[in-house]
Design a protein around this ligand. Structure first.
Ligand code: ZN
Length: 412
């Protein structure tokens, strides 16, 4: 692992800020007697922090600045338990917009573009980030927010939107609707920027085929600005992460050891210039790897992470076997007769864990044969046989936000 002198200086400034604020991490540093870092080894001795630490600081305990400097808060979705509140200073807000504008530039978006923004506005860091970056770039924001597909399509046509920003699920829903209505020739979209949800190869291909757009994945999380801290460029594979704002590590999620470039593990992020809520070695639980080597775009100062394959806490344990949804997705992707959608339901029947796997196909194949082939390939690839259930194309739910695909009913 490498950390530059400039980044070490930035980490030192963050450490001073945290010590002065005496928030949870400042106290942790003080108790460990850490006052700064001068080397990679010093950096690696800094303790990790976790989402639970941020929750425990609810509501404003994370703040590392006097209250008069806080201009805004955001909050993570908090579907389970206490939400996390992240305070932002004016500089944090400006830095986030600058990173987002850079994302648009890397995707080849210019001030000539019209950007239709469908992620939600509000406490969540989505819509407002897409908008601030768009305005800083000088493009035209069309701030739709989520839902109301009828109006989305009307504006897409009447405003001749050239860029769509959406979750992959909602982009799929819109793409299928555009196909169904046969209105593609009235649509001018040339780029799609998706974020906040992992999307497999199959769903991408489906959307690209239906809309004829370039597809970009944006990376980010509410705890660290929001979406916009990285994006894939027009040249290579993987998402560049802005090394002047965040420091990136990949660790073994079990041991906490830093892994060499190329190996898969958990993304850990350190904010380098954040004022409102600086985070040091924050464990994201997102699984990826650093792509080794140079990108043909020439921006090697910003390291690349691979597609997020899942979250370390998404792991399902079935018959003692560890399985990630991404593995099931990869198996399903090898069947051209299946759609991109699936649903996994885990239950406990007669003392045994059971996985029911719902998949979609059209009517033109032999369902019983397909069912057997999918079950056999799962057995071969992940070591157990799910109960495969085939349903008609379009039966599984499409979502305007993130599509939930795994239901664990064993402990309900
Ligand atoms: Zn690149």
């Amino acid at each position: 692992m490498q950390i530059s002198d400039a980044q070490l200086d930035q980490v030192n400034t963050q450490i001073q800020r945290l010590l002065a604020s005496d928030n949870f991490y400042g106290r942790r540093l003080r108790e460990a007697g850490i006052t700064g870092v001068g080397s990679v080894e010093d950096f690696l001795a800094l303790p990790f922090c976790e989402k639970q630490d941020l929750r425990d600081a609810y509501p404003l305990g994370l703040s590392a600045v006097p209250e008069e400097q806080v201009v805004r808060i955001h909050s993570s979705s908090g579907t389970t338990g206490t939400p996390v509140i992240i305070p932002y200073t004016q500089r944090d807000v400006d830095d986030w917009a600058a990173q987002f504008a850079r994302c648009y530039e890397y995707a080849g978006v210019t001030s000539e573009d019209r950007i239709q923004i469908t992620p939600g506005y509000g406490l969540w860091t989505a819509g407002i980030g897409f908008q601030a970056g768009c305005e800083l770039l000088g493009a035209m924001a069309i701030p739709m927010g989520p839902g109301n597909t009828e109006k989305q399509l009307q504006f897409m046509i009447d405003m001749q939107s050239t860029v769509l920003t959406a979750t992959a699920s909602y982009a799929l829903l819109l793409a299928e609707e555009i196909e169904r209505r046969g209105i593609k020739d009235q649509i001018r979209l040339r780029k799609l920027i998706t974020g906040s949800e992992r999307s497999g190869e199959k769903i991408r291909k489906r959307i690209i085929d239906a809309l004829g757009v370039e597809y970009y994945d944006i990376y980010g999380l509410t705890e660290v600005y929001g979406p916009g801290i990285g994006i894939n460029c027009q040249h290579g594979h993987g998402m560049h992460v802005w090394s002047d704002y965040v420091f990136l590590e990949i660790i073994d999620p079990d041991t906490g050891e830093v892994l060499p470039d190329g190996e898969w593990g958990e993304i850990v992020l350190t904010t380098l210039v954040k004022e409102g809520a600086p985070l040091i070695r924050f464990r994201t639980h997102d699984l990826s790897r650093i792509i080794p080597g140079d990108c043909s775009c020439g921006h090697d100062e910003h390291p690349r992470i691979d597609t997020i394959t899942g979250r370390s806490d998404d792991m399902m344990k079935i018959h003692g076997v560890n399985v990630f949804p991404a593995q099931i997705e990869e198996i399903l992707a090898s069947f051209p007769e299946l759609s991109s959608e699936y649903q996994i339901r885990l239950s406990h029947l007669d003392g045994r864990d059971t996985m029911r796997l719902y998949v979609e196909t059209n009517g033109s194949v032999d369902w019983e044969d397909l069912r057997r082939r999918v079950a056999r390939r799962c057995k071969h690839k992940v070591g157990f046989t799910p109960l495969v259930k085939i349903v008609e194309l379009g039966v599984l739910p499409r979502s305007e936000k993130k599509t939930r695909r795994v239901y664990d009913e064993r402990y309900e």
